[in-house]
Design a protein around this ligand. Structure first.
Ligand code: KDG
Ligand code: MG
Length: 408
């Protein structure tokens, strides 16, 4: 069996999905995702200029060797651009492998450990009242878990993760008006003062069963995060995400010494080496890598297995920019993983997205049910794809009130 060709597509309904399609001499094709939010053209160029010419003629069944070829062969290793490109190839090869075996992909990992996999949505509000309404909206749809983000009184700009367009499933994190980012102003003191009170009111209103998650988006210093985490303990969060900058892994050591709050981190990690110390030293409770940025299913499955040795559960990234192909790859891992925790989920919900990526995966009552179709169980409609093209977008950047750059 040989790879005969591969193509990269960029675009989607209000999102710049980067989709790889690998063709073979047996008529089967595999699909992979290389969407690197706000830098989408870069993995696409890596795929087109280097990777695809090297794939032609290779046996797609040798997915491990092809992954090692891409990773070791690059010499200058890692980084999100390269790993997203490798991730797309790896997903497409697993898709092909499972199609060849005529099985849903999870069967190749060891079958299902569960039926529905718990998911969480993003509830947001520019103030607490709006946030409470947004949480009710998701609860009414059957969600058992929500990430809650809220505007902070007297903060000059919206705080992280606050939508200004209700509860729609669009990529509200990206501003598609151009490549130059808007500026948001951040104040950690006001945030630390207000957020515990807001979270306590949420717990009071929704009772003990709602799983409440909150994302700090890397904005606190280690000492601030430790103090903040201690005050949140009575609220019983499901997790506190990215409390400190992801590069400073010692920060979590400090946090652990001061608080028992569950910590989730890893959406910006792109290799097992980024996760290694945090998992081995049991400094986190949930690992948040995504199958795209971590380099595909092959390395992500290794991370999941390693995490399992240390009681760390999965909580894969699934931001609004996340492609249904990457989500399908994660859904198969979620169905299998003995140490599954939760899945962030903001993909479906639009007719256009379902038309571009037809699948029988389904969401019901706050859980994701993986399709039993062969392979990843998601297709890609090229005719639909021809309606879309790349649109430049950006995340906001963040500054303190005196103009100092801060972490987005
Ligand atoms: O592109 C950036 C997003 O992926 C990120 O802001 C989303 O923090 C995020 C989350 O938890 O989904
Ligand atoms: Mg996050």
């Amino acid at each position: 069996m040989k790879i005969t060709d591969a193509k990269v597509f960029i675009g989607g309904p209000g999102k710049n999905y980067v989709t790889l399609k690998i063709y073979t001499d047996q008529g089967l094709y595999g699909l992979g995702d290389a969407t690197l939010n706000n830098r989408e053209t870069l993995p696409a160029i890596y795929l087109r200029d280097y990777i695809i010419p090297n794939l032609i003629g290779k046996d797609p069944r040798n997915s491990e060797d092809i992954w090692q070829f891409l990773y070791r062969g690059a010499y200058f290793r890692r980084g999100p651009i390269a790993m997203a490109a490798f991730g797309a190839v790896d997903m497409a090869l697993w898709d092909l492998k499972a199609k060849l075996a005529q099985m849903p992909l999870y069967q190749l990992f060891g079958g299902k450990s569960r039926e529905g996999a718990l998911i969480y949505a993003h509830a947001t509000g520019s103030d607490l009242e709006q946030l409470l309404d947004s949480i009710s909206h998701y609860q009414e749809q059957g969600y058992k878990a929500v990430r809650v983000q809220c505007g902070i009184p007297d903060m000059p700009s919206a705080s992280y993760g606050v939508r200004d367009n209700g509860n729609k499933n669009d990529d509200y994190i990206t501003d598609f008006s151009g490549i130059r980012p808007k500026v948001e102003i951040w104040d950690s003191e006001r945030y630390i003062r207000y957020m515990p009170e807001a979270l306590a009111k949420i717990r009071d209103k929704f009772g003990p069963d709602l799983k409440i998650l909150h994302d700090v988006h890397h904005r606190l210093t280690p000492r601030e995060a430790a103090a903040f985490a201690k005050t949140l303990e009575p609220i019983n969060l499901y997790w506190l995400e990215d409390p400190t900058p992801a590069e400073d892994q010692n920060a979590l050591r400090m946090l652990r010494q001061h608080s028992t709050i569950p910590i989730a981190i890893g959406e910006v990690f792109n290799s097992i080496y980024d996760c290694h110390t945090l998992i081995k030293d049991e400094l986190i409770d949930f690992i948040r890598v995504s199958a795209t940025y971590a380099g595909g299913i092959t390395p992500t499955k290794r991370i999941v297995d390693f995490a399992g040795f240390h009681n760390v559960r999965t909580g894969f990234h699934g931001a609004p920019s996340h492609s249904p192909i990457s989500m399908a790859a994660q859904a198969h891992l979620n169905a299998w993983a003995p140490n599954f925790g939760i899945q962030e989920y903001l993909v479906l919900g639009t007719k256009e997205c379902d038309a571009l990526f037809p699948s029988d995966h389904r969401v019901e009552n706050g859980a994701f049910y993986v399709s039993d179709a062969n392979g990843l169980g998601v297709d890609f409609d090229e005719k639909e794809a021809s309606k879309y093209q790349y649109e430049a977008g950006s995340h906001p950047i963040v500054r303190l009130e005196d103009g100092t750059m801060w972490n987005y």
